[in-house]
Design a binder for this molecule. Structure first.
Ligand SMILES: [Zn+2]
Length: 437
């Protein structure tokens, strides 16, 4: 079994940690943090930078010295994922970031930045058809979409940004004040390409957006080209630069963590590069189709449909049992059995008798439906015409118990969306129960 001690021992055997004493290693292990990495989903982080409490650095735009000096201060508690090297603020709370105040207009006007944008525009347009549909997630002031539209007027350009510019200068550019939802907007717009620049570092769950894009495209059997760009902290980490770490940037990508996030999103990487003298990392990618995911989706949909139909079918059978005047007992009333009673509306009025093999449960009540749970032996004094076994996996044991008590009645259990006869129907529960709890 993996314990913190064995982990420490493992670290001790590693050359990189050879210089540390056992005590130092134990202290290091105690400092490890449990926090989910937004880039790769790994849950173990190392303390990286405790910046104390600082005001918002980028989007608050204080209008006076007093306002600037009295701004609320927010915790900077940066940890680093030990699996991919990503850095993120474990104390981040998205509700503290009032994006509606003013769109972030930084970085767009510097000379080398404009050169980068020009080159990016060429590379983007080289990857799409002559009249492309291009979506930008987080269009900000809309300058990149406008630049694409100007260079390729035959295309359609749609920006999504709840707090970005809303009025596009050109008829082929549409700016929506909305979040991009891959499961809604990919079917609606059928984009050839999705671009997003300097957005993923603000999201608490970039993986959910990216994986959603890949799966939505796969379902539509469409390959979508992608371009993502984020600030890169490789150099900041290397030289110990602290100014990069402020509250609005929840997430800080290294080249490695950016790659790991894209790999976890299951895209096909076409080109990875750095811009702006290494301060930005970007990638061109394509969506990929995974047949096994689509098969799992189908299996889930089948279950979903069965789950929607089963209650009606079984409720009908229960109505029939009640109307027939047969005396019925439900065997089992806790855990899965309680869920069974609630799922099928087995109420205390029509079906008041619930028994259980475990006498420890006697006198308690079925959560939700409210029948008092009684010991199974009451069925000897109060014989019934049928027993409904609420937990199929115990059916064989329950039937054995019934035989021991000398009970002779019909036994029903739920199988494939209906109640079936334990003795005569085709179902898998006559086999012995093993290791089921
Ligand atoms: Zn990670």
């Amino acid at each position: 079994m993996l314990t913190l001690e064995s982990l420490a021992a493992g670290v001790a055997n590693n050359d990189a940690a050879a210089a540390l004493s056992g005590q130092e290693i134990s202290a290091q292990v105690r400092q490890m943090r449990s926090a989910e990495c937004p880039a790769c989903g790994f849950h173990v982080g190392a303390p990286f930078y405790d910046g104390g409490k600082q005001p918002l650095a980028m989007i608050a735009w204080p209008a006076s010295q007093v306002e600037a000096q009295t701004m609320p201060r927010l915790p900077l508690d940066f940890v680093r994922c030990v699996d991919c090297g990503h850095v993120f603020n474990a104390a981040f709370d998205y509700s503290n970031v009032p994006y509606s105040a003013k769109p972030n207009l930084m970085f767009n006007r510097g000379a080398s930045w404009s050169g980068f944008i020009r080159q990016l525009r060429e590379e983007t347009l080289a990857r799409v058809p002559a009249a492309p549909t291009i979506v930008e997630i987080g269009h900000g002031d809309g300058h990149f979409l406008a630049a694409l539209a100007e260079a390729r007027p035959a295309g359609r350009y749609i920006g999504f940004d709840p707090h970005g510019a809303q009025h596009a200068g050109a008829s082929n550019v549409e700016l929506r004040a909305a979040l991009f939802d891959p499961f809604r907007h990919i079917p609606e717009l059928k984009p050839d390409m999705i671009v997003s620049r300097h957005v993923l570092e603000h999201l608490t769950s970039p993986l959910s957006l990216l994986q959603g894009i890949n799966f939505a495209a796969a379902l539509l059997q469409r390959e979508v080209q992608l371009y993502f760009e984020v600030p890169c902290i490789d150099r900041a980490v290397e030289v110990g630069r602290l100014g990069d770490f402020y509250y609005e940037h929840y997430s800080h990508f290294t080249t490695q963590s950016f790659q790991k996030m894209l790999a976890r999103s299951q895209f096909r990487l076409e080109e990875l590069g750095h811009g702006y003298n290494g301060e930005v990392v970007y990638a061109f990618l394509g969506t990929e189709y995974f047949a096994d995911q689509v098969l799992r989706l189908r299996a889930a949909t089948d279950f979903f449909c069965t789950a929607r139909k089963s209650p009606a079918k079984i409720s009908g059978q229960l109505d029939e049992i009640y109307r027939s005047g047969k005396r019925a007992a439900i065997w089992g009333g806790v855990g899965k059995c309680a869920a069974f009673l609630n799922a099928y509306g087995i109420d205390a009025f029509r079906f008041p008798l619930v028994v259980d093999s475990d006498e420890g449960k006697t006198g308690t009540y079925v959560p939700g439906s409210g029948q008092m749970i009684r010991p199974a032996r009451v069925l000897k004094q109060e014989p019934v015409d049928l027993v409904i076994v609420a937990a199929q996996w115990r059916a064989k044991d329950i039937v054995a118990e019934m035989e021991k008590l000398g009970l002779d009645c019909e036994v029903l259990l739920e199988h494939e969306g209906r109640l079936v006869n334990y003795y005569t129907a085709d179902h898998p529960y006559r086999a012995a129960a093993r290791n089921c709890h």
